[in-house]
Design a protein around this ligand. Structure first.
Ligand code: GDP
Length: 478
């Protein structure tokens, strides 16, 4: 908080020479470029009989002000944004394609569908947005980067198969993000389909069908023969209605980058989901840390748009650099402001890269607990066999050290994968590998994301290590 003599003079509407004279009388030798501290500025303002009010600079980074409280009067209903997750081969891609094609309205029939990372369909006159990057990596990567894009998860489970490891993973990803789940029991056209068996198996994961007195909506579908897709869409709208999804279309846009790449012809393109406000051609914006100005916008039907409101996916050009999936995009009224924020964010990003201490590790766990920041330690367990994972889970959940407990957010069998790292990173969890190791790619991501991985072969050692860490008695590892 310092200003130069020249700046203070300007602020006081005085000549710099007058200021320098006063300073001299106070015993301070100063030149016009000399920096004055707050105390001196206050003293000198008293000399001039000027009242100054000290205001600490307010950091007004709109990227940090996600939860802006809107006047309810400005809010309007917006379409839900849906992600499809589930085990490989259970039919995610087929379902996404089927929904997209059953829903081409007459006027758009000729339109060339464009892959822009998401698409919109209509059911009973209401829109629904689907992220069409199936798999939970995209979903969780976005969350790891601080952007919540999904309102509802469709969990696809094949009725001729059952609950599989990635089904469980998907459930845990959705739960960690607090996103409601609708279960689509797929492939019911198959003779060996047994949709009730799926319902039964999922009760173990606290997904109890409504028809059995629970709260989860299940819909039997066939993506292949396009059975019951309308019902699925209706259920999505029902869940959306309960959530009361709203946004203010009459403000500058905020959104999230779903995908971005360097296109040979168009330059950097970003596929974004507008989440609040309306994005217009010509709008200056910041995506991640990069400044841009919307040059062109195309929707999923290949149509050029002049503006895009809440929950609309669009592909935009007009960036100078390629942002990352999960980056926030914020538009501004004024280009100078946008450039200023982009510069500031570049600096903050560099600083946070240097100082990535916010991620929890066992080594600094005690510090977090002491500071009262943590009541629960989130843990992901990967083990060689299910039995060990369960045993470890049971033992760890019994730990209670002065009110701090362990919460297991995911268990699985097999090597530690990139998906585990991303879930850990998004949920600020540590990972315990029991008789398993991280895959090479997972190791690289863990280093980047600063996720703490602990490898063990003896259950007792795991428990001891966690207890010691909670008590601040862990020997540092070198
Ligand atoms: P993904 O890995 O979850 O995206 O699964 P896909 O959509 O690629 O589907 C895997 C396989 O299951 C493909 O051969 C699909 O044709 C088939 N499939 C998907 N949905 C259905 C369905 O409803 N019925 C039948 N019989 N096959 C399906």
């Amino acid at each position: 908080g310092t200003m130069t003599v020249g700046e203070v003079a300007k602020l006081f509407h005085k000549d710099a020479s007058e200021l320098i004279k006063k300073l001299l009388m106070m015993g301070v030798m100063a030149t016009i470029n000399q920096e004055l501290d707050l105390d001196t500025i206050q003293l000198i303002s008293a000399e001039f009989g000027i009242e100054v009010e000290l205001k600490l600079p307010v950091e007004e980074d709109p990227f940090e002000m996600d939860e802006v409280v809107e006047d309810p009067e400005n809010l309007m209903e917006r379409p839900p944004v849906v992600t499809i997750m589930g085990h490989v081969d259970h039919g995610k891609t087929t379902l996404l394609d089927a929904i997209r094609h059953t829903n081409v309205t007459a006027g758009e029939a000729g339109g060339i569908t464009q892959h822009i990372g998401a698409y919109q369909v209509e059911s009973n006159g209401k829109k629904i947005t689907f992220l069409d990057t199936p798999g939970h990596e995209a979903f969780t990567t976005m969350r790891a980067r601080g952007s919540k894009v999904t309102d509802i998860t469709i969990l696809v489970v094949a009725a001729d198969d059952g609950v599989m490891p990635q089904t469980v993973e998907a459930i845990n990803h959705a739960k960690a993000a607090n996103v409601p789940i609708i279960v689509a029991v797929n492939k019911i056209d198959k003779p060996e389909a047994n949709p009730d068996k799926i319902r039964q198996e999922l009760t173990e994961y606290a997904l109890i069908p409504e028809e059995w007195g629970g709260e989860t909506i299940f819909v039997n579908v066939s993506a292949k023969s396009r059975t019951n897709l309308d019902e699925l869409l209706e259920m999505i709208l029902l869940v959306a209605e309960v959530q009361e999804l709203k946004a203010n279309p009459n403000t500058t846009a905020k959104g999230t980058v779903i995908e971005a790449e360097l296109d040979k012809g168009k330059g950097p393109v970003a596929r974004i989901l507008v989440q609040d406000g309306t994005l217009r051609i010509g709008d200056p914006f910041v995506a991640g840390v990069f400044f841009g100005r919307v040059r062109a916008m195309v929707n999923d039907k290949g149509r050029r748009l002049k503006e895009a409101g809440p929950s609309t996916p669009v592909e935009i050009t007009g960036l100078h650099e390629v942002p990352q999936a999960g980056d926030r995009l914020i538009a501004f009224d004024d280009e100078r402001k946008a450039r200023e924020i982009a510069d500031k964010r570049t600096i903050t990003l560099r600083e946070s890269e240097l100082n990535s201490s916010s991620r929890v590790t066992l080594d600094d766990l005690y510090k977090h607990i002491q500071e009262g920041e943590m009541k629960e330690l989130f843990v992901i367990i990967k083990a060689d066999v299910q039995g060990s994972a369960e045993a470890l889970k049971g033992s760890l959940e019994k730990i209670d050290i002065e009110g701090v407990r362990v919460k297991i957010i995911h268990t699985g069998v097999g090597a530690i994968t990139e998906s585990d790292i991303i879930l850990a990173s998004a949920s600020n969890a540590i990972i315990i590998g029991f008789n398993v190791r991280p895959e090479p790619a997972a190791k690289i991501t863990a280093d980047q994301e600063k996720v703490d991985i602990r490898l063990h072969r003896i259950i007792y050692n795991v428990i001891e290590e966690i207890e010691q860490a909670m008590k601040g008695m862990l020997d540092p590892v070198y």
